[in-house]
Design a protein around this ligand. Structure first.
Ligand SMILES: NC(=O)c1ccc[n+]([C@@H]2O[C@H](COP(=O)([O-])OP(=O)(O)OC[C@H]3O[C@@H](n4cnc5c(N)ncnc54)[C@H](OP(=O)(O)O)[C@@H]3O)[C@@H](O)[C@H]2O)c1
Length: 385
């Protein structure tokens, strides 16, 4: 079977590197062909290519689309694109809204994907919790998006653009991502390491008591992305095997009549599942898990399109003060160093939503994933476990 091609756009960034490394370490029978893009940080390439020797690096500028044709000719159409590229610092977006829009709304990427005959590449796109206004707690995916800054506005525009123009996508609205440094260290300050650094100086530091987030451990975000890729690839293989009338090991030879599968239309296959659920049980055992087969069937029946929007956060709603207190507790620092102030007392050059904590029940139900608690994630980040 053809090895599936995964392209990580923004592979030199914080999340991109974590995704690439995890994809390269899958010990499964079906490892992926990996490629990634970089933009300005070619200095990060060497350690990354050393860690992932069989990957391909391409220079791409999302503002112009330069570089995508080279990927098409040397790597081919990806089966999956994970878009981690962005102008991801809200303050920088606020200063240069045009740059924010042209990088964060992935027009050139989607136009490039549209140039292929098959419009079936799965696009996993990173959005943000900053699409929400921040005036209540535990936002749900269906809540209205009211971004209060340019970064959030560019991310809303990206979500709308993708959902209108690309048929097969998963949009992940992520909260603050925290975790260990990357294999090729990124220059931007990482949240837990920054808090640890300032508290370790034993000087009093101000933290906001009225800004709430659901920070998510980076390896959980990676697990979510890997799970989506996996489901999509398995779904594609199942789809291909049904439509090309090939025998697939997913189907139990005992109770499913192969002849039926070869000749039946996909809707009749659905009917078969509805009428003979008991007969389909062996499928679940063959593939190892009941819910997976149900998702696969849904994928197949939906005509190979995902169209998924998920809040991606950790299980804990915490203020900046609580984030700092957690670091102080696990490190044994004096919590009196943490001075509580209101976010309104400091001008940061950009509006920041107050409470954009998110309801993550859809994430848990869809992917059967339980994100790490904030405290455990901090311990893992600081290597204290
Ligand atoms: N980190 C978080 O806490 C967080 C929270 C919520 C959502 N997100 C979202 O998650 C995604 C990943 O975040 P991150 O923290 O990993 O971002 P990051 O570290 O800032 O990485 C950004 C990536 O985008 C690339 N890039 C920048 N400008 C580009 C351009 N003009 N053309 C092509 N590539 C360009 C960068 O390449 P070079 O480095 O080579 O220039 C880098 O690989 C982003 O969409 C971000 O908005 C992140």
């Amino acid at each position: 079977m053809e090895t599936k091609r995964v392209l990580v756009v923004g592979g030199t960034g914080y999340l991109g590197q974590h995704v690439l490394l995890s994809l390269s370490r899958i010990k499964d029978s079906a490892p992926y062909d990996l490629a990634f893009t970089y933009h300005s940080n070619s200095n990060l390439l060497e350690p990354l290519l050393d860690a992932i020797p069989h990957s391909h690096a391409f220079h791409v500028d999302l503002t112009t689309g330069d570089g995508f044709q080279s990927i098409a000719s040397k790597f081919g159409q990806p089966h999956v694109v994970v878009n981690c590229a962005a102008l991801s610092v809200p303050r920088v977006c606020e200063k240069d809204p045009d740059a924010a829009m042209s990088i964060n709304v992935p027009c050139s990427l989607v136009n490039w994907l549209s140039s292929f005959e098959e419009r079936d590449t799965l696009l996993i796109h990173l959005s943000t919790d900053q699409v929400y206004e921040g005036v209540k707690s535990f936002y749900k995916e269906e809540d209205e998006t009211v971004p209060v800054n340019v970064y959030g506005k560019s991310k809303v525009a990206a979500e709308q653009f993708i959902s209108k123009t690309w048929p097969n996508y998963a949009i992940l609205r992520s909260s603050i991502i925290f975790g260990p440094q990357t294999i090729s260290p990124v220059q931007k300050s990482l949240p837990i390491q920054w808090i640890d650094g300032v508290l370790s100086k034993k000087e009093q530091v101000e933290f906001f008591h009225d800004e709430f987030r659901c920070p998510v451990y980076v390896k959980d975000v990676v697990t979510i992305i890997l799970s989506l890729i996996n489901k999509w690839i398995i779904g594609m293989q199942l789809h291909a095997s049904i439509f090309t009338h090939k025998k697939t090991t997913c189907f139990s030879p005992t109770l499913i009549n192969y002849t039926m599968l070869f000749t039946l239309d996909i809707s009749l296959l659905a009917l078969y599942f509805l009428i003979f659920p008991a007969a389909c049980l062996p499928l679940c055992f063959d593939i190892g898990s009941g819910p997976i087969i149900i998702i696969l069937v849904v994928l197949v029946l939906e005509g190979k399109q995902m169209k998924l929007l998920l809040n991606v956060g950790g299980p804990d709603r915490v203020s900046r003060v609580q984030m700092a207190e957690t670091v102080a507790h696990v490190r044994g620092y004096n919590t009196s160093l943490i001075k509580q102030v209101s976010a309104s007392s400091v001008y940061r050059g950009v509006s920041s939503p107050a409470d954009i904590s998110m309801d993550i029940s859809k994430l848990i139900q869809t992917l059967n994933i339980s994100p790490t608690s904030f405290r455990d994630g901090v311990m893992l980040t600081l290597d204290l476990t």
